[in-house]
Design a protein around this ligand. Structure first.
Ligand code: KPL
Length: 305
């Protein structure tokens, strides 16, 4: 049972390391150009654990072009804006029974992939695992979390569920299966809508969003708009989203959000799939989103997109 993993960032490397720890032999897919610039014939993935120890694992690297076997299980850990192109780049290698597991922030990319790859089984995941990259193929595990997985689109039959479950059962990760996954994806969307853009705007750590009255008010306004859009879309909100957002700020207080890091490094952020997705859905549903729109305008004025 071989997993192919796309995206050599923090989540891609963290999950690759979890497969390696479980004694499985995943293949990490890199861009052809990246693969060619590697200096070594025996690449190693390093993972720094929470207790400070570092483990090194020999790792199988390929590019979509160099692959000779077909893909049965594909984990996509790229940024949201790169996910569709990534799956298309291996479309010819996907077996008919291929299971595609998407692990992106935001919403929009998952639906597009599920729609296009309707003959395969597409799953989406929402995770609270924390990780950051120290160097290329050197990941630091920043915090244990939980991962929820559920199908996008049609409901898979029992043997497909079982196939996915058994392919992941040895991983040293807390995985919960849930259907529909949209509820979890919307919970995460609320967290990302509230935290990611603001941390980029104030160039601060997640926990620092709770430091001033102004920041707390902005967190509340952004979250309230997610609740309104979600409810207009007919997606129930079981708990209090603002409490969830504040809890994530506290749990990840010392972290820099992925968007804050992207902004610092001048990279394109995932905000189009986060606040951008919310604003687009709101417009279709006739819901107003002034706080999210203002945040996007302020970020654009700073050149953060
Ligand atoms: O998902 C995150 C991100 O940084 O993208 C949060 C939950 C905000 C953690 O930093």
């Amino acid at each position: 049972m071989t997993w192919h993993i796309m995206g050599a960032g923090s989540m891609g490397c963290l999950w690759t390391a979890q497969f390696l720890k479980a004694g499985m032999k995943p293949t990490l897919l890199l861009r052809e150009q990246r693969l060619h610039t590697l200096q070594t014939k025996d690449p190693v993935l390093a993972i720094e654990e929470l207790d400070g120890t570092t483990h090194h694992y020999p790792i199988n690297l390929e590019s979509p072009q160099s692959l000779t076997t077909s893909i049965e299980y594909l984990l996509v850990c790229t940024k949201a804006q790169d996910a569709e192109a990534a799956v298309h780049s291996v479309a010819d290698q996907l077996s008919d029974q291929c299971q595609i597991l998407l692990m992106q922030n935001g919403l929009g990319s998952q639906q597009a992939i599920a729609q296009h790859f309707s003959s395969q089984t597409v799953w989406a995941a929402s995770t609270t695992e924390g990780a950051w990259m120290k160097d290329f193929l050197h990941v630091c595990h920043a915090g244990h979390g939980s991962t929820w997985i559920g199908p996008m689109g049609h409901t898979p039959d029992e043997s497909t569920w079982q196939g996915l479950r058994s392919s992941l059962e040895k991983l040293p990760v807390d995985i919960q299966y849930t259907h529909p996954i949209e509820l979890k994806l919307w919970d995460k969307l609320a967290v990302n809508c509230a935290i990611n853009g603001l941390t980029a705007l104030y160039d601060c750590k997640n926990g620092e969003l709770l430091d001033t009255e102004e920041r707390r008010a902005r967190l509340a306004a952004l979250t309230e708009e997610v609740t309104q859009v979600r409810s207009a879309a007919g997606i129930p909100t079981p708990g209090n989203l603002l409490e969830l957002v504040k809890q994530v700020c506290r749990d990840t207080a010392m972290n820099n959000s992925s968007t804050c890091m992207d902004a610092r490094q001048g990279r394109k952020t995932e905000l189009t799939f986060i606040n951008g997705y919310l604003i687009e859905q709101a417009a279709k549903l006739g819901v107003k989103t002034p706080a999210n729109q203002q945040l996007m305008r302020e970020l654009a004025n700073l050149g953060i997109q």
